[in-house]
Design a protein around this ligand. Structure first.
Ligand SMILES: N=CN[C@@H](CCC(=O)O)C(=O)O
Ligand SMILES: [Mn+2]
Ligand SMILES: [Mn+2]
Length: 313
């Protein structure tokens, strides 16, 4: 972990009524509870996947947007800093992230991971799946994404994390449960649909997600939640339309509106089963007026509030 982010923002006063997130966030320590930000500064996986690099710089820019959001009740949030992939050794960075995630989960902390390209997911899954294994819990991945990210490749990329998760699960005799929401037909080749079907991956297409289908999708989530004890929740920002999330490597011409996805996220947050949240693929080089970073920060803000509400009632 290096170069701790300097948390700062608009200061209106010390009282609780003025409080903003930057005023309460703490550095990580072994006594910490609540949730913990872990940055994963990497776009090595995007580069290997022939995408548009830039996600390396994402974690601190998402933090910048988060810093001045006001608090409406007490939250317990810490910041562990960034794990960086500086030497193109993505596998090492992913292992480090897995170790950190496992450490947090064992300490009763919810990791909130700021990618990085979607290669972040294989790092975090190494930790979350080990935690599930050690505690005899059933784990399931829910991924909001235009892509399956089930590519088979000789090396890890931003397009392979969930196939790697499948292989790791198989190796460890763990069930592989994967639900993907927001799949775009034009962004996935036929072999990826075939592989998804072969691996019993459940998915919802982008065009199937609108206001009229929210309750049936919630029903699908409820079924999935019944079959798992903990959810590894991944959000690839390219699931949103390019107009809402231009700052990604592979923007979506159609995409799923944030107003459709948000109630689904809230449903998952309120289930109490979301053990880990990660946000992937933010690329500031293509953002417009920080709107994609702000969207990412908003999801985290709502998650943190949800968790704290649960623990204080
Ligand atoms: N994480 C991104 N995965 C996508 C990228 C597609 C693209 O760059 O166009 C994938 O590999 O399919
Ligand atoms: Mn994607
Ligand atoms: Mn992805």
């Amino acid at each position: 972990m290096k170069n701790p982010f300097q948390w700062t923002g608009r200061f209106d006063g010390e009282g609780k009524e003025h409080q903003r997130l930057f005023q309460v966030i703490q550095p990580f320590n072994s006594q910490t509870k609540g949730s913990c930000l872990i940055g994963f500064s990497s776009d090595e996986g995007v580069s290997r996947n022939k995408g548009r690099v830039g996600a390396y710089h994402a974690p601190d820019l998402i933090r910048t947007q988060l810093a001045s959001f006001p608090l409406h009740h007490e939250i317990t949030l810490c910041d562990a800093g960034n794990i960086s992939c500086d030497d193109k050794n993505l596998e090492k960075a992913q292992n480090n992230l897995g170790d950190y995630v496992l450490k947090c989960l064992k300490q009763g902390i919810t990791p909130i991971i700021l990618g990085g390209g979607h290669e972040v997911a294989y790092g975090s899954f190494q930790g979350s799946s080990q935690f599930a294994r050690e505690n005899n819990k059933r784990i399931g991945i829910i991924n909001f994404d235009a892509h399956f990210d089930l590519r088979e490749d000789a090396q890890a990329t931003s397009g392979t994390p969930f196939y790697q998760a499948y292989k790791l699960s198989k190796q460890n005799h763990q069930d592989f449960r994967y639900l993907c929401l927001g799949i775009a037909r034009q962004s996935n080749t036929a072999i990826l649909f075939e592989r998804a079907n072969k691996l019993n991956v459940d998915y919802v297409m982008d065009y199937e997600m609108d206001f009229s289908t929210i309750s049936s999708i919630k029903h699908k989530l409820a079924q999935f939640l019944k079959e798992v004890d903990i959810v590894h929740l991944s959000i690839d920002l390219d699931v949103f339309p390019q107009s809402q999330a231009p700052g990604v490597s592979a923007p979506a011409p159609y995409g799923v509106d944030y107003k459709i996805i948000f109630p689904l996220l809230q449903y998952l947050f309120e289930s109490g089963k979301t053990a880990l949240l990660e946000i992937a693929e933010y690329n500031p080089l293509f953002d417009r007026d920080n709107q994609t970073a702000k969207l990412a920060a908003h999801i985290i803000y709502e998650y943190v509030h949800g968790i704290s509400k649960k623990s204080t009632t």
